[in-house]
Design a protein around this ligand. Structure first.
Ligand code: 1CP
Length: 322
């Protein structure tokens, strides 16, 4: 459950006085924060504590994660000179990630670790807008108004994302997820023309590593079919699309990951239970199903409810052996 740690008092205690990206750059804190929700909830996999903008920060971008806001970039990208100035990936700059992953893999034993990166489009949206945005107007203006600059930017970001995933897998991550969180704001035509080829390049680049690849975006019901052609084993689905519908949109043989509405954990337990059963039931139509919340854990979620939810899911018969 992504960002499950944020709901935990032990997470807030560790983060006291430590800025988000500083926490993401210290192997000891990465290890401890990644392990916290695994210890508390007994989930079947861990997700690395990091952020999608971390590799950009590590490569030298002047950016910060502002509490209550999100990633903020000091000098947003507007032209080809700024694209040319993007530093090339250097694994030595993220050695703390490799160190943390290696430490985690030995601590986690048989529990797999999921590594992740931001997809080129979602990273580009932060770099161009300068921070979080609802409309992504500047991003789309560059995409359509300066297609050569756009292509160059996306190609550079694709290499950074792929290389960052490679570092994590080579250090021991058992699967990877590419977050294209904001792709859902694009029309299918724009997605297919200006975005999909670059996400596909990320997945192709790491195909040789042989780990399951997960592709996820928010509000991407209309894009699921296209996203599923990017070269992945698993499609992440947010809570808006029932899994029994999603299964008809993705490639044959692909597993699904999803998709209880993250806000439902605030409902009475009998509602949580019946809605969880509906998700599990719909997921049985897919060749494989990884249960999770349709978009991460909200910070004020009650940890006891999450613990009960994990126990409940474990009490249900698994459709797939092993
Ligand atoms: O469980 C974990 O902690 C996993 C680590 C993780 C992941 C996978 C974090 C830590 N962030 C992310 C991914 C991420 N970061 C995404 C993809 C999310 C998705 O689609 O589900 C995005 C868009 C970001 C960028 C980001 N970082 C935002 C969103 C801002 C916006 O544009 O609306 C925010 C708020 C952050 C900060 C952040 N990242 C992670 C945490 C725990 C936090 C909160 C900061 C804190 O705890 O102080």
């Amino acid at each position: 459950m992504r960002q499950a740690g944020r709901s935990l008092p032990e997470y807030r205690a560790l983060r006291q006085g430590v800025a988000m990206l500083d926490a993401c750059m210290r192997a000891d804190l990465i290890i401890e924060i990644t392990l916290q929700p695994v210890r508390r909830y007994g989930v079947d996999a861990a997700i690395l504590f990091s952020d999608i903008v971390l590799p950009l920060k590590a490569l030298g971008f002047d950016l910060d994660i502002v509490p209550g806001v999100g990633p903020v970039i000091a000098e947003p990208i507007t032209d080809s000179a700024a694209v040319a100035a993007i530093p090339t990936f250097d694994a030595a700059r993220v050695d703390f990630v490799a160190e943390a992953v290696a430490g985690l893999v030995s601590e986690l034993g048989s529990t797999p670790l999921i590594g992740f990166a931001g997809a080129p489009y979602t990273l580009a949206s932060y770099l161009i807008e300068g921070g979080p945005s609802k409309e992504h107007a500047k991003t789309k203006a560059l995409m359509h108004g300066a297609p050569d600059v756009w292509r160059a930017l996306m190609e550079r970001l694709a290499v950074i994302s792929a290389e960052f995933l490679r570092v994590q897998v080579e250090a021991g991550a058992a699967a990877v997820q590419l977050f294209d969180s904001w792709a859902g704001g694009l029309s299918p035509h724009d997605y297919r023309t200006h975005v999909l080829p670059h996400s596909a390049a990320v997945f192709a680049d790491i195909a040789d590593l042989g780990v399951p690849r997960i592709h996820f975006g928010v509000a991407t019901g209309e894009l699921l079919a296209d996203m599923s052609t990017a070269g992945v084993e698993v499609m992440g689905v947010d809570w808006r699309v029932p899994l029994d519908r999603a299964v008809d949109r993705v490639q044959p043989g692909q597993a699904l990951q999803g998709n209880l509405d993250s806000t439902l954990v605030f409902a009475p337990w009998d509602v949580i239970e019946s809605e969880t059963l509906r998700v599990l039931e719909a997921g049985r139509l897919a060749p494989g199903h990884i249960f999770n919340l349709g978009h991460g854990v909200l910070p004020d979620t009650d940890p006891d409810v999450l613990a009960r939810l994990v126990d409940f899911i474990h009490s249900q018969e698994s459709p797939v052996e092993g």
